[in-house]
Design a protein around this ligand. Structure first.
Ligand SMILES: Nc1ncnc2c1ncn2[C@@H]1O[C@H](COP(=O)(O)OP(=O)(O)OP(=O)(O)O)[C@@H](O)[C@H]1O
Length: 269
């Protein structure tokens, strides 16, 4: 049996009396896009923050290719190859796209900021190459402040790639994007996952995105993992429908995409 990239077992975290994550198990293989969904307060962010070390788990295990991550600092986990993108794109708006990626390359090298000027020239070609992978090479020298939001998100993906992550955690990658931009970003993410043989764990409120791009999904409700499987299986799972809509309602397959996304977004709030 091949070792999975990420193996989570019995993971738990409480805040006071609230059992935010209640003993969940899941695995993630290279080449896979795994969606983590669930209503508000289900424990998605808490799970993410435990995987990247920002929160310490109370119980369980998080192994990256066999190495236990619990107890490591976020920086150590990042060095082992766990990257993260945020809900709101995090770039330096006064820097150009290529400078942002160069900054990330420097950071991956643990170079000091004071070496920036010299190193900037040094890593430019590599940074442009990363921008090229996300279709942004032509805009390398434009400040991030003037780029369209979807383009900033692409730059953010190039930044995340600078550390050559094995696993990328994406917190609502398509938040605030129009449907066309969403699809482009997720298609790009899927391509990077395959080409770089990495894995992505992402949270997402848009069910259109999840059903179109996730290879598998896990569903949390009140800290518990209530379902796991391929999107088509999850769509038809009565437990999942119950959590989102109450009994008697289902995920409808044929309604106009935008309306459905809006409804589901509301249901998930
Ligand atoms: N730092 C904290 N202190 C106290 N309670 C917390 C803390 N962080 C999360 N919680 C609680 O833990 C539970 C899970 O929260 P979490 O943010 O992980 O859910 P979520 O699925 O990410 O929700 P959302 O979709 O709203 O982001 C909630 O009941 C929340 O109130």
């Amino acid at each position: 049996m091949t070792t999975k990239l990420l193996t989570v077992t019995g993971l738990g975290k409480s805040f006071g009396g609230v059992r935010a994550v209640d003993g969940i198990d899941f695995e993630l293989a290279r080449g896979e896009l795994l969606a983590l969904i669930g209503p508000n307060g289900a424990g998605k962010s808490t799970t993410f923050n435990m995987v990247n070390g920002q929160l310490r788990a109370d119980s369980g295990s998080i192994r990256l290719e066999g190495t236990e991550l619990i107890g490591m600092r976020p920086r150590e986990i990042w060095r082992l190859g766990v990257g993260r993108t945020f809900q709101i794109a995090e770039t330096f708006s006064s820097l150009t796209a290529v400078e942002n990626v160069q900054m990330a390359l420097l950071s991956a090298d643990a170079r000091l900021w004071s070496m920036w000027t010299r190193a900037a020239r040094h890593r430019r070609a590599e940074a442009v190459e990363l921008l090229d992978q996300v279709g942004m090479a032509a805009q390398a020298d434009r400040p991030c402040s003037v780029l369209a939001y979807g383009d900033v998100k692409r730059v953010e993906l190039a930044i995340a790639m600078a550390n050559s992550p094995k696993l990328l955690l994406m917190d609502e990658p398509t938040a605030g994007m129009a449907p066309k931009e969403r699809n482009e970003l997720m298609a790009l993410t899927k391509r990077l996952v395959v080409e770089r043989n990495m894995a992505v764990l992402f949270t997402e409120h848009s069910m259109d995105v999840v059903f179109a791009y996730a290879d598998r999904m896990i569903v949390l409700a009140r800290g518990r993992l209530i379902a796991e499987g391929r999107p088509a299986e999850i769509r038809d799972d009565p437990k999942v429908q119950e959590v989102y809509f109450g009994s008697g309602k289902t995920f409808e397959k044929k309604r106009a995409g935008a309306q459905r996304a809006a409804d589901l977004g509301e249901a998930l709030q």
